[in-house]
Design a protein around this ligand. Sequence first.
Ligand code: PMP
Length: 359
Amino acid sequence: MISLGVGEPDFTPPPHVLEAVKQALDQGFTHYTSTTGIPELREALAEKAKHEYGLFYDPASEILVTVGGTQAIYTALQSLINPKDEVLIPDPGFLCYQPAVCLAGGKPVFLPLLEKDKFSLRAEDVISHITNKTRMLILNSPNNPTGAVFSHDDLTKIAKVAVERDLLVISDEVYEKITYDDAKHYCFASFPKMRERTLVVGSFSKSYAMTGFRVGYVYGSKELIAPMMLTHQYSVACVDGPAQYGATAALKGSQKPVETMVAEFDRRRRFMHSRLNEISGFSCSLPKGAFYIFANITDLKMPSEKVAEFLVNKAHVITVHGSAFGKHGEGYLRFSYATAYNKIEEALDRIEKAIKTIK
Ligand code: PMP
């Protein structure tokens, strides 16, 4: 079985990260840390925001180190919405959003991301889904599962709506470092009047191939972060100490490993894109970010779940059916290229062969 299903880099973390974790263990940093994260890491995160987004966040009150981006999103929803509040979430969208909204007692409202719009989010669609119960919007660019990167123009329009309709925003930017060609990642909090109403969620999982370390973070105003700190304190107490030293080293050390990883993803992306388009029944455009291709399979005239099942049984290849990501994901399959190049070659050869038996 070859898996093109996984949502995590197949790389190991940079060596200086592993070294910092080992050193932390040797030096006896095996105790609880401050609830909000070790000061070194919060300061390094403040420096990153200043340098990369031109934004100042106070390390003492406006940055929270979390158990990956997942817990940052969960904690934000638990802390900031009331029962029955409506939360706008992308469809297709990352699998955690809908359950996290429901667990907080909220009501998920789905915003379509359509291929004809290059899977971007249209401000008009945000407006048309707002009711007097809408409290929050979740944005995700670069996007999982589509690989889309929202343009400056689209984000500007969405920011205007957020101000006019008084929405809080969770901007899930965990794929910020993984963009290609001319695509650029913009931090949503850097748009006019967004800093005070946006929680920027980041993670070490994707940028530094540190999924198993479970370190993420969130930037926000003091007013938004304060209630999150309480939820965090009474649910996880703090994030794994040695892992936080590793994360600090990731930010302070050379960024070359990130560039090398992204260059390899880019090579795989181009190959997967052209190869998939050669296979009858599949079509896709070249995505600009993350490490996924969301291929259109409507020509196969089968539900996406059936196609994924067929590929497991007949090609021994794992993909994720688009409907897993929401109603608007039907008609698509998600292919991850966070897998070795030669495995991707082999997987696509097998898929082609299997599809020929039904086409
Ligand atoms: N957001 C998105 C869009 C993701 O794809 C993922 C991981 N698949 C996460 C957040 C969470 O990652 P982590 O908890 O490892 O930081």
